[in-house]
Design a protein around this ligand. Structure first.
Ligand code: NDP
Length: 331
């Protein structure tokens, strides 16, 4: 089997040198364990934070040890009757092609209920739930709201925009980093407006796209996007603070937002959240989003990179914006 280890900690943007691909004998499952042949693994922006040696809501990766993260695969050997050989399972030992996992740490899923097993890493998995919880529970989305979402062509953002449309938003606006992504948002996902944040200041482009202001901002980016949204938010506007990818590779504190005091007079709510603390919403999420998926009303676009050896480059590509929809690695 092969696995990818953290070779060293990056300062600023990671490079290929921070990762090591190691070959090992394939292990046997011990008591209470299963051996999984991973088919897909996830790369996610939060993994960048785990490369730093800092206290956070999730433990840092250890130098010399394998990285981990969500993966889906088939059980090829099992010591546990409830998780038999042939079962498709979701678990947390990605960044390797085979994994020995405690049976209590796998979730058996139905591969037939998804267009591809990798959907359990995206639309039907962590990023889909993040969109659902962040929009509906954290930002308290209501029918008739005007919604702005940044990182709109990514895994979380693309689902936020689609859920907002399906739940009766008045207007959905997205920002993304290329003309092609802007076209995708409007032509394929049904956004009412979208802009390329690299073309002109976000504040100007948002004001033009939302002349009557916005009620909800779903923040995947932070920085100047958050500052622009605070300016455009209407009275009692709500912000879901989901991510701040613009600053994950920065070595200095962000320069924006500089206008937070506007939140006082506008009586805004800005609320952060961690999806892992909202798993109780999983059944509602699976019922509603799964229903839209079966009805062909929601898209599960993915960017698929092949080969474990290409996972570090795909992870860097994710932070450079090379993905549309969820970035996954086929193993
Ligand atoms: P995405 O699929 O959205 O991929 C990341 C995208 O970020 C890239 O495609 C790129 O798109 C965009 N990006 C990169 N740098 C910048 C920048 N400087 N300014 C603006 N956009 C940038 O990733 P996810 O959907 O998995 O995650 C989206 C956000 O949600 C992240 O911030 C992540 O940390 C957060 N998150 C938070 C969770 C929580 O529990 N709070 C759970 C899951 C994710 P582009 O081409 O448009 O620049």
């Amino acid at each position: 089997m092969r696995e990818i280890r953290l070779a060293s900690r990056p300062s600023g943007w990671p490079t290929a040198d921070n990762f090591d691909l190691v070959e090992l004998p394939t292990p046997e499952p011990g008591p209470g364990q299963v051996l999984v042949r991973n088919r897909f693994m996830s790369v996610d922006p939060y993994m960048r934070g785990r490369m730093n040696d800092v206290e956070s809501y999730v433990a840092p990766f250890q130098v010399g040890k394998p990285l981990d993260g969500a993966a889906i695969g088939e059980v090829i050997a099992s010591d546990v009757a409830e998780v038999p050989v042939g079962a498709t399972v979701l678990h947390g030992l990605g960044w390797r092609d085979h994994a020995v996992v405690d049976a209590g740490h796998v979730r058996v899923v139905d591969p037939a209920a998804a267009p591809t097993p990798s959907a359990y890493l995206g639309l039907l998995g962590m990023t889909g739930l993040t969109a659902y919880v962040g929009l509906l529970d954290i930002a308290q989305f209501r029918e008739g709201d005007t919604v702005f979402v940044s990182g709109a062509a990514g895994a979380v953002g693309s689902v936020v925009g689609q859920i907002a449309k399906l739940r009766g938003a008045k207007r959905v606006i997205g920002s993304a980093g290329s003309a092609e992504k802007v076209r995708y948002l409007v032509d394929e996902l049904g956004f009412d407006a979208a802009f390329n944040y690299k073309d002109a200041p976000v504040r100007e482009q948002l004001r033009a796209a939302a002349p009557d202001g916005i009620d909800v901002y779903f923040d995947n980016v932070g920085g100047d996007h958050l500052e622009a949204a605070i300016t455009s938010l209407n009275k009692f506007g709500r912000v879901a603070l989901c991510g701040a990818i613009a600053q994950y590779n920065d070595t200095a504190p962000p320069a924006a937002p500089r206008n937070l005091a506007l939140a006082i007079g506008k009586e805004l709510t800005l609320r952060g959240f961690i999806v892992g603390n909202h798993s109780k919403r999983m059944p509602d999420f699976v019922a509603e989003v799964g229903g839209w998926l079966r009805a062909g009303q929601i898209s599960a676009q993915e960017t698929v990179v092949e080969g474990l050896e290409n996972a570090p480059e795909a992870f860097l590509g994710l932070m450079r914006g090379e993905n549309t929809g969820k970035m996954v690695i086929k193993l």
